[in-house]
Design a binder for this molecule. Structure first.
Ligand code: GUN
Length: 291
């Protein structure tokens, strides 16, 4: 078993990005600038957005955090987005999800200008991705494929089973793994809450990507000997022995699945740090395309 170490991989990619930023600025480019809109005070979202801002500083980007109350109306949020769309000092921005229930997430996603949509969630960018044309790839799936690439995981001709069809992870992941590219060229099965024979399907996976948000759902019984296991789950579970009051659990029961797998991501320290690196990559790409 080999660990897919997202912390180490993301640290080395961040160094590469920092060097690219230096070279870009030396040639007269402007510092890449990312903004994040955070609505409300959801604990996990605050942590993620702060990590994104910190990562920007680390690689030499400019960053702006726009904090809005969870009582904000959909209309007012859309007006904020329009401001950022028209802000010439910004290369890209994201709206951290989830949003409060009274706000329609798809309306918000569609309001972001595709050229600034460094999360890669706009339908235009999803369409370009599906056609294997240059675009911003959604951060989490992009992070996973970068990690598979770094570890030289073979994907061509393999059976990739994706568990969960969210717009953020499962659905784009299934598209990326089926593309005529590396990593990709897999035969892909996208499973979801209506899938009837989930365990049998998972047991046929050479590459198993689990993104359903149910802590330790995938046990050893779901995994074929030698499979590559990617755990996207990250659920906060109450734990009074921790200073924070919680610990993080993945969707995979790591201790019993790890011995069966050829590669596996830990939680935390697997997919999470790679997601942030993808956002940085997309922002740098946006800055370069603006020159
Ligand atoms: N919430 C969970 N993952 C993401 C992400 O990649 N982008 C945004 N904007 N919100 C998220």
């Amino acid at each position: 078993m080999k660990l897919l170490d997202g912390r180490a991989t993301s640290a080395s990619i961040k160094e590469e990005i920092a060097q690219e930023v230096e070279a870009f600025i030396a040639k007269g480019g402007r510092k890449p600038h990312l903004a994040a809109i955070l609505v409300g005070e959801n604990g996990a979202s605050v942590t993620y957005v702060n990590a994104k801002v910190k990562a920007c500083e680390k690689v030499g980007f400019e960053s702006t955090l726009v904090q809005l109350p969870d009582t904000i109306s959909e209309e007012a949020l859309l007006a904020e987005i329009e401001k950022l769309n028209n802000d010439a000092t910004l290369d890209g921005f994201i709206v951290q999800l989830p949003l409060p229930e009274h706000i329609d997430e798809s309306k918000v996603t569609m309001a972001i200008s595709p050229e600034k949509d460094v999360d890669g969630f706009h339908p235009e960018n999803i369409g370009l991705m599906a056609l294997n044309l240059p675009t911003f790839l959604p951060a989490t799936p992009y992070g996973i494929v970068q990690m598979l690439e770094r570890y030289e995981v073979e994907t061509s001709g393999k059976h990739c089973v994706v568990v969960g069809r969210s717009h953020i992870v499962g659905s784009p992941m299934s598209i990326l793994m089926g593309r005529n590219a590396y990593p990709g060229n897999c035969t892909v099965t996208l499973t979801h809450s209506r899938t009837t024979n989930l365990m049998e399907l998972c047991r046929t996976a050479d590459i198993l990507v689990v993104a359903l948000g149910k802590p330790e759902f995938v046990t050893a019984d779901y995994v074929k000997e030698g499979a590559v296991v990617v755990d996207v789950g990250i659920t906060r579970v109450k734990d009074d022995s921790k200073k924070s009051g919680f610990r993080l659990l993945g969707d995979v029961k790591f201790d019993e699945v790890a011995p069966k797998s050829s590669f596996i991501t830990p939680v935390p320290g697997g997919v999470g740090p790679m997601t942030i690196v993808s956002l940085l990559r997309n922002t740098l790409q946006a800055a370069k395309s603006r020159e």
